[in-house]
Design a protein around this ligand. Structure first.
Ligand SMILES: Nc1ncnc2c1ncn2[C@@H]1O[C@H](COP(=O)(O)OP(=O)(O)O)[C@@H](O)[C@H]1O
Ligand SMILES: [Mg+2]
Length: 267
């Protein structure tokens, strides 16, 4: 059982000049439950769009996404998303941010407070439960954002460059923290990153995407055990391979949207 991406293509139409933008090109992939999969690809290739389609926030033009054989629908409780820019509510405290989803779900106050406090403990936010986001460091804000998503117990967690705006030390600490949580919980994680080192350190599998429209260029199984030495020989070797694939891809001549459109239209 798992997540299946079946022949997924996406075209945005109706730009200001009525042009269409081809973003995803016949993506096909299967992710077994409980895996940590990273997506790497050039900026603007369609990674966020792919996550949004998986989350049911955006419709595919062609193809579909199934979780354990069932089609994903908008607002499904099976999926949670974490963004780079934290997306916390500034007028809510740490505790209120974390319990928000449970509140919307209609859980009574005593119960949701006690669950949220558990997460505050696990996420090293003790003493900050009544602080507002502006009073927290970047790493803390991101821990609140992750806690707020995981408290809903999604089976698939989508993370869109979650550590992209953190300094490198905080980023490394957050990666280790995320692994610790994930190893305990066993959710499926789909993690978008620009950072090849980060992908190698974290993932069971890395999917390398092409420039827009995103196609799958390569699927790399990262089988060596954790904890990994991020500057060790094995990590460096995989990193070099991925950087080479991306470099080659950036040299490739760009495909025009019209050509793609014509190809998709032709039988
Ligand atoms: N709602 C939209 N309407 C039109 N174009 C969009 C929309 N959302 C994204 N795009 C375009 O799709 C392309 C891929 O965007 P995105 O998925 O955000 O890329 P990435 O996350 O890989 O940087 C970009 O060229 C972007 O401008
Ligand atoms: Mg993006």
């Amino acid at each position: 059982m798992g997540l299946e991406i079946l022949g997924l293509s996406k075209t945005f139409s109706g730009g200001s000049r009525g042009e269409s933008v081809h973003v995803l090109d016949q993506l096909q992939h299967r992710i077994d439950n409980g895996r940590f999969v990273s997506l790497i690809g050039p900026s603007g290739c369609g990674k966020t769009t792919l996550l949004r389609i998986i989350a049911g926030l955006e419709k595919a033009s062609v193809g579909k996404v199934l979780l354990d054989g069932k089609e994903m629908v908008r607002g499904s409780e099976d999926v949670g998303m974490v963004f780079q820019e934290y997306a916390l509510f500034p007028w809510r405290t740490t505790l209120q941010n974390i319990e928000m989803g449970l509140e919307i779900r209609g859980m009574d106050k005593v119960r949701r407070r006690s669950i949220a406090m558990e997460y505050i403990k696990t996420f090293d936010l003790n003493g900050f439960e009544h602080r507002y986001p502006r009073e927290l460091s970047g790493g803390m804000k991101q821990r609140v954002a992750i806690a707020r998503t995981l408290v809903m117990n999604p089976r698939v967690v989508l993370m869109d460059e979650p550590f992209g705006s953190l300094d490198s030390q905080t980023r490394n600490a957050m990666q280790e923290f995320l692994l610790k949580i994930w190893l305990k919980r066993g959710d499926t994680i789909i993690f978008v990153t620009h950072n090849v080192e980060e992908a190698v350190f974290l993932s069971d599998e890395i999917v390398v995407l092409s420039r827009r429209p995103a196609r799958m260029l390569e699927r790399i199984e990262v089988a060596f055990p954790r904890p990994r030495d991020r500057t060790g020989e094995v990590c460096n070797h995989i990193r070099r391979d991925i950087l080479k694939i991306l470099e080659e891809e950036m040299k490739r001549e760009e495909v025009r949207d019209e050509d793609h459109w014509n190809r998709l239209q032709s039988p």
